[in-house]
Design a protein around this ligand. Structure first.
Ligand code: 5AD
Ligand code: SF4
Length: 435
């Protein structure tokens, strides 16, 4: 029996999809890339913006025909939109076999058992070793939920408040992924660096995961600026496995907006953090999330966002058009016409893209350690995707000189020189500190 998974939304959803896939695989099911072959179709939904939810809903609607084509087919809907709209979903799409909201994801395994008809011979399949594709880069969820209440955001409602996995569980999962072939682990959480478990803090976790045998690289998403402590910076700078790249959502460059968004930091605090991190990790890359058109955002506020992008020179970023989420505090505020939001979105994108491409062009000629993930494509420690010319294979960790940086995916060639910027930096890494 085969299953097919469609995932919408963020990396947390990708990690959840992988986890649900592992539950199916543990029961002897095989993942397929072709829905025609599948008996189970799982749609893992997102609700962070209306657009994401609409796309999932129309896909679910189309699955009625898919289901009718072969007897015994089952449709499972999970994730954040499932949490937000469970009753609506079940009413509007009565053919659904299972709806599991994001808050119940940890009990997915039990629910999936009920879904699968059990035959006597399936018994031993329960203990079969899951056939998981070797993946170079894997996710490990360290916490779920969010204790913040950013006024635009639906996440705390659909994912609930923070719960933390124990360090033992996290390390166990990291070891499992490495034994399946992973060389890079990305730790995941809604505000990943607010992690705590007893006396254990996020920095301790970074250090512990770095100790996993065979693991070369660690990343984490998405951190919240409030929890980027000096200790986190120092750990990032001194633990060689932690990559010099950070995705740090800022949302706006205007203190007025940051306040109404309830982000719990100011522009000045964010800028100071970035400066501190760049001192500790020269050459690090920085990316961000920005929302344009939040209710009440004046042209002046918007200019502040543009000036922040200019000031901090982000390496890349995601600009989101504000989307009203029912039930959030911001939904009570008057929203802007779509054209205004669209126009700001365009202006913001243009600036961000211009800076990103200027920064990329400076990379031509520099040498980076690239870990090949698939085909000829891999990533630098700074999280640039690179297409490497020549004879390379999955899992290779090679020195690459960048030859072309016109597109987001850089191009490079294998570098045979001895002393490289990257080598220099690795040797130097242990002596760096935040002070
Ligand atoms: N409208 C637009 N963007 C949003 N995000 C979260 N909620 C909304 C919303 N209502 C963005 C934020 C966050 C990213 C994952 O999605 O920028 O960092
Ligand atoms: Fe949403 Fe804010 Fe929590 Fe991020 S920190 S998930 S934006 S409430």
């Amino acid at each position: 029996m085969k299953f097919y998974v469609r995932t919408y939304g963020c990396q947390m959803n990708v990690a959840d999809s992988n986890e649900m896939g592992r539950h199916f695989q543990a029961r002897g099911l095989v993942q397929t890339e072709n829905p025609d072959e599948a008996s189970i179709f799982l749609v893992n939904t997102c609700t962070v913006r209306q657009h994401a939810e609409d796309r999932a809903m129309s896909e679910i609607g189309r699955l009625k025909r898919w289901k009718m084509k072969k007897p015994g087919r089952k449709v499972v809907v999970t994730g954040c939109a499932a949490e937000r709209t469970k009753e609506y979903l079940e009413g509007r799409f009565p053919f659904l076999d299972l709806v599991v909201g994001a808050k119940s994801i940890e009990s997915f395994s039990d629910m999936a058992t009920g879904l699968l008809e059990r035959r006597e011979t399936d018994e031993d399949l329960d203990y079969a070793v899951p056939a998981i594709d070797e993946k170079i880069s894997a996710f490990v969820t360290i916490m779920r939920g969010c204790n913040y209440s950013c006024t635009y955001c639906i996440v705390p409602y659909v994912r609930g408040r923070e719960i933390y996995h124990s360090p033992e569980q996290i390390l166990g999962e990291a070891r499992d992924r490495v034994s399946e072939g992973a060389r890079e682990i990305t730790l995941l959480g809604q505000t990943v660096n607010s992690y705590r478990h007893g006396e254990y803090r996020f920095a301790d976790l970074l250090q512990a995961v770095a100790g996993v045998d065979g693991l070369e690289r660690i990343r984490f998403i998405s951190p919240h600026p409030f929890y980027i402590t000096d200790r986190v910076i120092e750990t990032m700078a001194t633990v060689p496995e932690v990559c010099e790249s950070l995705h740090l959502p800022v949302q706006s460059g205007s203190n007025t907006m940051l306040k109404t968004m309830m982000r719990n930091y100011t522009r000045e605090h964010y800028v100071a953090l970035v400066e501190k991190m760049r001192r500790a990790m020269p050459g690090m890359t920085l990316s961000t999330d920005i929302i344009v058109g939040f209710p009440g955002e004046t042209e002046e506020d918007f200019q502040q966002t543009l000036s922040l992008i200019e000031e901090l020179q982000f390496d890349w970023g995601f600009i989101f058009k504000y989307s009203t989420r029912e039930g959030t505090p911001a939904a009570k505020l008057e929203s802007f016409p779509e054209e205004l939001i669209e126009e700001r979105h365009q202006r913001c994108l243009e600036l961000l893209d211009r800076i990103a491409s200027e920064k990329r062009s400076k990379l031509v000629g520099s040498v980076h350690e690239v870990l090949i993930e698939e085909g000829n494509v891999g990533r630098t420690r700074t999280n640039h995707r690179v297409y490497v010319q020549g004879d390379v294979k999955q899992g290779d960790s090679i020195s690459v000189v960048i030859t072309n940086a016109q597109r987001a995916t850089l191009e490079g060639e294998i570098h045979n020189g001895n002393v490289t910027f990257e080598n220099f930096r690795q040797e130097d890494r242990r002596s760096r500190s935040t002070r």
